[in-house]
Design a protein around this ligand. Structure first.
Ligand code: T3D
Length: 259
């Protein structure tokens, strides 16, 4: 299915959502954000989708808010963020399937925030990362002030946000902002391989893992242990758990179905 500003394709368990405004470096308009949100919502209950990849068309991942589209805009910033970006970011975090950012090129402003909200980031060696917000007199949004300090610490986050450098993919890797950097020529194949590996995994357990990490980020040990035990009760009742243990006994690779 194709919406125009976000291209959508499902193949072998992988839903790829491609931000598709390459002439504007995939800068986000309201239709783009709405279409991205629709894609994420649709993925939630679609059994055929076991992993979601977000990427960009052309040479960019996403240059953040489209700064042409804000000219003469009537809506307040607060209302706009609540209606658009906050919905997308919250949906990525609550979606109980892995969401992978395939950062093919520059990620700036809320485009950088979008990448940070995903569960994993794989970057092309041609990717770059620009906080951008302070360059135009804004504060970090779309989860940037939440995710960035958790990855790099308060001081580094502050430095990045107020100086707004353009970080190369290798610099982002060194800072822990991405998990992998792959040469541009091998990027698509590497994204497919990683997404394919995740799509063949125990989807329910992955979703519950996501829930556990988020919930327990602010929990006491006692709360974390109790929550893990509760989630394991759910995971232990899945078909994939039965298959995983059967495959172990039979000394073969498991054939997980995501159920
Ligand atoms: O509700 C709210 O509005 C608040 C939400 C805010 C969220 C935010 O994301 S605020 C931050 C917005 N984003 C930016 O400030 C980034 C602006 N762009 C840049 O700094 C640079 O373009 C990049 C670092 C991303 C890339 O630089 P470079 O040199 O590789 O490309 P370029 O030549 O600057 O851009 C190429 C084209 O894309 C150019 O158009 P042209 O001249 O070829 O017709 C440029 O204007 C366009 N473009 C880039 N970013 C945006 C954009 N067009 C609209 N909006 C953009 N954000």
């Amino acid at each position: 299915m194709t919406h125009g500003e976000v291209l959508s394709k499902v193949d072998a368990g992988v839903l790829t959502l491609t931000l598709n405004r390459p002439d504007a470096l995939n800068a986000a308009t309201d239709p783009l954000l709405e279409q991205l949100l629709q894609g994420l919502r649709g993925a939630e209950h679609e059994a055929k989708v076991r992993v979601i990849v977000i990427t960009g068309a052309g040479r960019a991942f996403c240059a953040g808010q489209d700064l042409q589209a804000v000219q003469g805009r009537q809506i307040s910033f607060k209302a706009h963020l609540e209606k658009t970006y906050n919905q997308v970011i919250s949906r990525i975090r609550s979606l109980e399937k892995p969401v992978l950012a395939a950062v093919n090129g520059v990620a700036a402003g809320a485009g950088f925030s979008l990448a940070l909200a995903c569960d994993l980031r794989i970057a092309s060696s041609e990717a770059s990362f620009v906080p951008a917000f302070s360059k135009i007199g804004l504060v970090p949004d779309s989860g940037m002030s939440y995710h960035l300090p958790r990855l790099v610490g308060y001081q580094k986050a502050f430095e990045l946000l107020v100086t707004s450098p353009r970080l190369s993919a290798e610099e982002a890797l060194a800072l822990g902002l991405v998990e992998r950097v792959v040469g541009a020529g091998e990027f698509q194949a590497a994204v497919q391989a990683l997404a394919g590996q995740l799509a063949a995994g125990p989807t329910k357990a992955f979703g519950l893992t996501k829930r556990a990490l988020q919930r327990n980020a602010t929990a006491t040990l006692a709360e974390a242990l109790a929550y893990e035990a509760m989630l394991q009760e759910i995971a232990g009742r899945t078909e994939d758990y039965k298959e995983g243990t059967r495959a172990f006994r039979e000394k073969r690779a498991p054939d997980f179905k995501g159920r």
